[in-house]
Design a protein around this ligand. Structure first.
Ligand code: DUC
Ligand code: ZN
Ligand code: ZN
Length: 473
């Protein structure tokens, strides 16, 4: 029998607990050993390996796990511009080897039918492995029952919205019922925590007085509304006895609510996204003309005159924020963002960044915000644990999938629409120079990015049936 083995040697293996020189041996799709360099087993492995990859001066890290993406997401009368094919390919270029995207139960629709249709849309399209969360857009008896079945089928997390009245919003009674259901079936409740009814009042008032440009998207989605909704979600989760995961947290005040709950020992978790760590309302949303539309996403970018960004970095260090995802939900300027030229409420909300998360958060390492180990923990290990993918994903250890990234920490480059691989007609990161670069990417043992070439294929990514969150069992 021919044994396809691959040895990655000479690199520094970085895990969530530290970094050391080590060699990684892969057999087929799986990691079989992480070896000390120079030990007998490593030397024997080198002689027997079908292929040896030299990782000298590179970090060898687990493939990134982005647990919040929206490929082809229907929003505001259009669809996010990256499909499962284009979006997962871009993710691979950026060192992400697993995404967890969303199936959406629209209002009045059947959860099962919506889930099946979404799974069919993804199957055969993805370059990397993927899972699905289920958005419950209409909490009623059937939907609640379906949640139990989905957990058994590897869909162990559910997203609800406190924003977008008339589209996705669940009222407090519906939220409580979904939380009670999750408490019973072991699922994780993910929450878009913004007070959508209050936002809509301010948005209508703004447009009425002529404040209709993109920056007003940021002004009306006030931090108080994020903080109030976060607080309310936490109180409901306490009564519902359910774990809670706050998505795309951007405001200090919301983070405070999460920290209070966690200090009381509650199972409350939160993620943030690179855009909130690096961009702000004044410099990005408030640009001349319609440029700010590129940065219209929800929750919104926050003002730089407060200390949101510094607080978010602190939260990433203290673990009150335990995951960095992207909320990748891109819309082109042409014909998509442009729909809101005269009224910011019609700009599709979303930000494209699935390709840049690993690089942007590595920048946090070089800026002294987080450690090297924390970079890996935030971008791969904890998201895998949080979403029931661990230890198959998020770690380099025997038995784990051989999802591996070779990262060059000394390769500065400048992000541009001309060199990105996402299907967007601009880059929100245009002109940003990052210090390091993803060089080689393996997905279940297959080399899919190497030497500036994409070597993967659509359809090689598999649907991953997820277990329960590691933090709940
Ligand atoms: N936020 C966005 O920016 N886009 C899609 C949905 C969401 O919650
Ligand atoms: Zn959301
Ligand atoms: Zn989202």
């Amino acid at each position: 029998m021919v044994c396809m083995t691959l040895l990655i040697k000479g690199g520094t293996v970085v895990s969530s607990t530290g970094a050391s020189l080590a060699e990684v041996l892969v057999d087929g799709e799986t990691i079989v050993a992480v070896l000390s360099p120079g030990c007998d087993a490593a030397i024997a492995a080198e002689g027997g390996a079908t292929r040896v990859i030299d990782a000298t001066d590179r970090y060898v890290i687990p493939g990134g796990v982005d647990v919040h993406t929206h490929m082809s997401f229907p929003f505001g009368g259009t669809f996010a511009s990256d499909t499962f094919e284009t979006g997962t390919r871009a993710a691979a270029w950026g060192g992400t080897t697993t995404i967890v995207d969303f199936a959406t139960q629209a209002y009045g629709k059947n959860v099962r039918e919506c889930f099946d249709a979404r799974l069919a849309e993804a199957q055969g399209e993805c370059a990397i492995d993927y899972g699905l969360h289920m958005i419950i857009g209409d909490v009623q008896d059937d939907a609640l029952k379906e949640m139990d079945r989905l957990v058994d089928e590897g869909v162990s997390s559910f997203k609800l919205f406190m924003a977008y009245p008339g589209v996705f919003l669940s009222d407090d009674g519906q939220i409580l019922r979904a939380m009670q259901q999750a408490a019973g079936n072991g699922g994780l409740l993910m929450m878009h925590a913004e007070n959508g009814l209050a936002i809509d009042v301010l948005a209508a008032q703004a447009v009425e007085r002529g404040d209709s440009g993109p920056v007003h998207h940021g002004y009306v989605r006030r931090a108080e509304f994020e903080s109030e909704a976060t607080h309310r979600a936490i109180q409901l989760a306490k009564v519902g006895a359910a774990p809670l995961y706050i998505v795309h947290l951007s405001a200090s005040e919301a983070l405070e609510q999460v920290a209070i709950a966690r200090n009381k020992g509650m199972n409350v978790f939160a993620e943030t996204c690179p855009q909130y760590l690096y961009f702000n309302l004044e410099d990005q949303l408030d640009q001349p003309g319609f440029e700010g539309a590129k940065y219209v996403c929800s929750t919104p970018l926050r003002t730089k005159h407060e200390h949101h960004q510094a607080d978010l970095w602190t939260g990433l260090r203290t673990n009150d924020l335990s995951v960095v995802s992207t909320d990748h939900c891109p819309f082109c300027m042409k014909e998509q963002k442009e729909m809101g030229l005269d009224d910011f409420r019609a700009i599709p909300n979303g930000f494209g960044g699935v390709e840049h998360r690993i690089d942007m958060i590595y920048q946090g390492v070089t800026q002294g915000e987080i450690s090297l180990a924390r970079w890996v923990e935030l971008c791969a290990t904890t998201p895998a644990r949080m979403m029931g993918l661990y230890p198959r994903k998020g770690v380099l250890q025997p038995g784990s999938d051989a999802d591996i990234v070779l990262y060059n920490p000394n390769h500065p480059w400048t992000i541009s629409v001309d060199n990105h691989h996402m299907n967007i007609d601009y880059s929100a990161y245009e002109g940003v120079t990052v210090p390091g670069k993803v060089e080689t990417v393996l997905s279940r043992g297959r080399v899919i990015v190497e030497g500036g070439q994409y070597l993967g294929r659509k359809g090689d990514g598999q649907f991953i049936r997820r277990g329960l969150s590691s933090y709940l069992i």
